[in-house]
Design a protein around this ligand. Structure first.
Ligand SMILES: Cc1cc2nc3c(=O)[nH]c(=O)nc-3n(C[C@H](O)[C@H](O)[C@H](O)COP(=O)(O)OP(=O)(O)OC[C@H]3O[C@@H](n4cnc5c(N)ncnc54)[C@H](O)[C@@H]3O)c2cc1C
Length: 445
């Protein structure tokens, strides 16, 4: 999947017949995430495992997951990190403290001690075990966003696909669509699509796409029985969608699934309550905080917890919201920080900051904060006195520096990309996402 939304958005007008297979609403704008994220991209590109962000990629970065694994190991080694794999954090030794975490391993339980622990489990497992308060799901009924098993398809021939889109320009919107073919396959009993349309992205290699079209609702990523069911259901969905692509979609006749995710992808579980709870209003109002440690631009993007449909609401063009340090400081557990998708926010806010670049930025911030002798009081005071508006490091690689000064930056915001699915009259900025769930609105992650 491409990493997205690490630039401010300058949405492009809808491009009928566009078969670049990149989203068009993540740039061109000012970069808002730098640091390790840029270093990872730079290493990936040098290793032939990613494509640089540019107007052609819609300012997203598709990458090769196998090259990523090598790059991640290289980075850990270069930083002198001692790491333990195949170890699952299952509890803490002292309630109310996270300094000694128990891991289940093949060698039996292992206790890892730290002055400050950073919970990057996505699910807030360590925070929950230590007794930090948390919330799950939307306010109305506690339901969470669905799970999705991603998969990569190779043997895709872009030319017949481009011809189909040229002949049926109402059937494809940059990374999603195929409504008529879905309808035809459904009527024939060949498909029972769990979402509103087919969604796929170009990968780092020609002839390959990353498909995001399975969906399992009403399952919780903190429940092993739900995870088991989601794993089985999503694999069955994948097989049907892959067969649909082969049998119905021009360009996919010789395609096959080369890899599915290492496990079904979990979008949403615990949100560990911190000293600030980031809200949907904070995101959509591009709110700024004195203790900012990361910035984000990804829309509020809520895949319907109950079925088809996706809500998309955008951060104002050219702007970004701040994530304050206080979202990383869980209440009641002093020797703990959170990073990634389990930081403190509402269901709506979480649907935005959950994406990879923002998660990486909070991870780097937590890693830096962890070094403080008093991570809560001391670190907060330090950031207050030195607010960080620049997340862009002076040591950024040349391609990243040039992105900052690209001529497009000074242009006024253009009309937004139309993510309304089927073509129709253009709508004023921001209205697309306000539709209720159920429409073909999504090109999301
Ligand atoms: C289907 C799907 C599509 C997405 N598409 C995009 C996209 O196109 N672009 C984008 O930028 N983002 C996308 N995202 C979002 C992004 O992948 C994640 O939300 C983001 O990576 C969150 O990172 P994280 O590290 O906080 O959590 P996770 O990615 O969930 O990582 C948590 C890690 O902790 C490990 N772990 C969990 N519990 C324990 C434990 N108890 N002990 C030890 N280890 C544990 C897990 O195995 C995992 O490795 C997508 C997400 C999903 C689910």
């Amino acid at each position: 999947m491409p990493w997205m939304s690490f630039h401010t958005r300058r949405p492009q007008p809808p491009r009928l017949g566009d078969v670049s297979l990149f989203p068009t609403d993540h740039g061109e704008g000012e970069p808002v995430v730098a640091g390790k994220h840029i270093e990872v991209i730079d290493r990936l590109v040098r290793a032939g495992g990613a494509v640089l962000p540019s107007p052609e990629t819609g300012y997203t970065v598709p990458f090769d997951p196998e090259v990523f694994k090598q790059v991640a190991l290289d980075l850990l080694d270069a930083a002198g990190v001692r790491y333990l794999l195949h170890a699952f954090a299952s509890g803490v030794r002292t309630p109310g403290r996270a300094g000694e975490v128990v891991f289940e391993t093949k060698s039996g339980p292992v206790v890892v001690s730290a002055r400050v622990t950073v919970d990057c489990t996505g699910d807030g497992d360590i925070a929950a075990a230590a007794g930090a308060p948390y919330e799950i799901g939307r306010e109305s009924d506690g339901l969470v966003q669905p799970m999705t098993l991603m998969f990569r398809v190779v043997g895709f021939d872009p030319e017949p696909f481009a011809r189909y889109v040229a002949e049926h320009p109402d059937q494809w919107r940059s990374v999603h669509g195929l409504w008529d073919l879905v309808e035809e396959a459904t009527a024939a009993g060949d498909l029972d699509l769990p979402r509103e349309d087919i969604l796929f992205f170009r990968s780092a290699h020609p002839g390959e796409v990353a498909v995001n079209s399975t969906r399992v609702t009403q399952v919780f990523g903190t429940d092993v029985f739900d995870l088991t069911r989601a794993e089985a259901v999503s694999h069955r969905q994948m097989a049907r969608i892959a067969a649909f692509l082969q049998d119905y979609v021009p360009g996919f006749a010789d395609s096959y699934v080369v890899q599915s995710g290492v496990q079904v992808g979990v979008r949403e579980t615990r949100r560990v309550l911190g000293d600030h709870v980031l809200t949907g209003e904070d995101i959509l109002g591009a709110r700024k905080f004195d203790d900012v440690i990361a910035r984000g631009t990804y829309p509020v993007d809520i895949h319907n917890p109950e079925g088809k449909g996706t809500v998309l609401r955008s951060v104002p063009p050219g702007d970004a919201y701040d994530v304050p340090l206080r979202c990383l400081l869980p209440r009641h557990v002093d020797d703990l920080l959170t990073a990634g998708r389990c930081i403190s926010g509402t269901h709506e806010a979480h649907s935005s900051y959950r994406v990879t670049p923002t998660a990486m930025a909070t991870g780097q911030a937590a890693g830096s904060a962890r070094r403080s002798r008093r991570p809560r009081a001391g670190f907060r005071a330090r950031w207050r006195s030195r607010p960080c508006r620049r997340s862009w490091s002076g040591r950024a690689p040349t391609w990243a520096r040039s992105a900052r000064t690209s001529p497009g930056r000074s242009r006024p915001p253009t009309a937004p990309a139309d993510h309304s699915g089927r073509p129709g009259p253009g709508r004023p900025y921001g209205t697309a996402g306000r539709r209720a769930t159920g429409g073909p609105d999504s090109r999301s992650s």
